[in-house]
Design a protein around this ligand. Sequence first.
Ligand SMILES: NC(=O)c1ccc[n+]([C@@H]2O[C@H](COP(=O)([O-])OP(=O)(O)OC[C@H]3O[C@@H](n4cnc5c(N)ncnc54)[C@H](OP(=O)(O)O)[C@@H]3O)[C@@H](O)[C@H]2O)c1
Length: 318
Amino acid sequence: MRATRYHEHGGPDVLTVDEVERPTPADDELLVEVRAAAVNPVDTYFREGSYEPGDLPWIPGSDVAGVVAGVGDAVDGFAEGDRIYGTALGNDRPGTCAEFVAAPTDRVAHLPSTVDFDEGAALALAGVTAWRALVDHAGLEPAEYCLVHGGNGGVGHVAVQLAAAVGARVVTTAREPYHDDLAELGADVVLDYGRDDLADAVRDAGAPDAVLDHRLDDYLQFDADVVAQGGRVVGIGNEDVTAGFENVPAARSKEMTLTLMSMFNTPDVAAVLERLGRLAGDGDVVPVVADSYGLDAVDEAQRAVVAESFLGKLVVEP
Ligand SMILES: NC(=O)c1ccc[n+]([C@@H]2O[C@H](COP(=O)([O-])OP(=O)(O)OC[C@H]3O[C@@H](n4cnc5c(N)ncnc54)[C@H](OP(=O)(O)O)[C@@H]3O)[C@@H](O)[C@H]2O)c1
């Protein structure tokens, strides 16, 4: 089969398309014919070597949507021909930018018939991250105020919709061209992240009970300043490896909690995918596909995911 791989760590140029052996699924695994993979910033961290994947050469890609082409001996609940989607691949096992991938059944779920493969791949990692942050860690409840930084991002656009589906009042930030689309996806208030009075504008919209922060080095103190008394801040990302409070007493006086998380630690990925699939199947969460690439253009996709502005996700169609 064809697979995108890198044989050494480095920039996007290290990605090549190789002919490799099709994987054989273990007892608890599915062989999946990949119809779509998605591109995430984490793919670039693995490629660069700042996160350690398995042994090189390595196939990038955490998300998959496709058709079951084989089932391991101990697999229950899946059969050849089933449409599935999954995530949390590509770190401790080979990734999804390939024609086939072997995926453990605890990282996949059935894909509703109304959700296409590109949308399934777009939803998986971003959706599990948003769920883990807002549902598991923030415990977001109806009518609470929720701030999602960067609402047009891969995680951001699903988080906005998930928070709205929970019944929260959703405040998000994005560049101006995305404001109407984000309002349509369920944001109650959309604010330009570049404005000088952003903190006041967030407070005016309603001090957030929960905050999803994807740039802790920019926003940790901001979060503490705007969050409601007793609020919950969940940090999923950063640009610089260091981040800290500029005013610890102000944060302390809020009795806020801060949770830092990795989607890869989600205890039951399949259960979250199952629920997200229901929301997507019913149209309550719509994964947005901004662009698609072939296996031979994963380098372009990985460049774009960290350097370009778009709403939603970039996907790879092998
Ligand atoms: N911990 C985890 O489990 C986990 C899981 C998924 C992702 N992450 C991390 O979370 C971060 C976001 O991931 P993603 O997939 O959503 O990335 P993405 O699709 O590239 O989205 C990033 C978003 O950040 C926005 N942005 C850029 N500068 C900003 C600023 N100063 N203030 C507010 N927003 C700004 C971008 O908007 P423009 O491009 O329009 O400027 C874009 O909407 C990455 O660091 C990723 O590694 C962590």
